[in-house]
Design a binder for this molecule. Structure first.
Ligand SMILES: [Zn+2]
Length: 259
């Protein structure tokens, strides 16, 4: 049975590393693609300008606002095309954010004031534009749920995987001295190749193919090291959970059509 096991949480990047056990490359890739393309997140999609006397023109400011990650509450919003308003836009599928700033100064993402305290810019220190003395920016932005398939701004983060690898080292090989300089310095402990350091620093590819009798790397096609590095709209757990639900939904649709 396919299983996920948490291996590591990186506090600085927010990246989670999982072991995907007893799976296949097709399944690993389906989950990766579903994470990037099918998991909905909130992002600003339209902007109405009341005033913009700054140097950046409206389209450019709107584009920059669209790329600001917004914390996403999947339970409170519907995807617009599935909403009871039939895509018109209502409180269940859209959210208004307002911005009212005067120069001089740099307008940061935290100047966007949201009507919903659960959906706000993840990082408040992203610059939108600069205003000189006397210049003004006033706008109303509308955010909605969307998917990475439509536009990369809705993508919840980076997701990638590698085959789980293992390495056998032989430090007593007669040609060890001759080959040792070809291995990365971080693979050594006390002048000897160290399998646990190679695993810790993920140096399998750097050690592979130098000399099979000194270091032999094997890749496991059933187990994968799966990384999820979110932009901040959703937690890695929510990204994975939603992605797997979406794959399930797509399969049920196929089943309905078959019936
Ligand atoms: Zn609606």
């Amino acid at each position: 049975m396919t299983q996920f096991e948490l291996l590591d949480k990186d506090k600085t990047t927010g990246r989670y590393t999982f072991l995907l056990k007893n799976s296949t490359p097709a399944m690993a890739n389906a989950i990766r693609r579903a994470c990037r393309e099918l998991v909905p997140t909130m992002a600003v999609d339209t902007v109405e300008f009341a005033k913009n006397s700054g140097a950046l023109y409206d389209e450019m400011v709107a584009h920059r606002i669209g790329l600001i990650p917004l914390s996403t509450d999947l339970k409170s919003y519907n995807e617009q095309h599935k909403c009871k308003c039939e895509g018109e836009g209502c409180q269940s599928c859209t959210l208004k954010l307002t911005l009212k700033e005067k120069g001089p100064g740099t307008v940061m993402s935290d100047a966007l004031k949201s009507a919903d305290p659960k959906v706000i810019p993840v990082h408040g220190n992203m610059p939108i534009t600069k205003l000189l003395k006397g210049q003004e920016l006033q706008l109303v932005a509308t955010a909605r749920l969307g998917t990475g398939k439509e536009h990369a701004k809705f993508s919840p983060g980076l997701v990638w995987y590698t085959y789980k690898a293992s390495i056998k080292v032989n430090n007593n090989h007669p040609q060890f001295e001759e080959y040792k300089d070809k291995f990365p310095p971080r693979a050594f402990k006390g002048g000897k190749l160290d399998a646990s350091l190679i695993e810790k620093h993920n140096l399998f590819e750097a050690c592979d193919g130098i000399n099979k009798d000194i270091a032999e790397v094997t890749y496991d096609e059933k187990n994968f090291i799966f990384h999820v590095e979110p932009w901040g709209q959703l937690s890695p757990k929510d990204i994975l959970r939603t992605a797997i639900d979406k794959i399930g939904d797509q399969l049920s649709e196929v089943q309905e059509h078959l019936a």
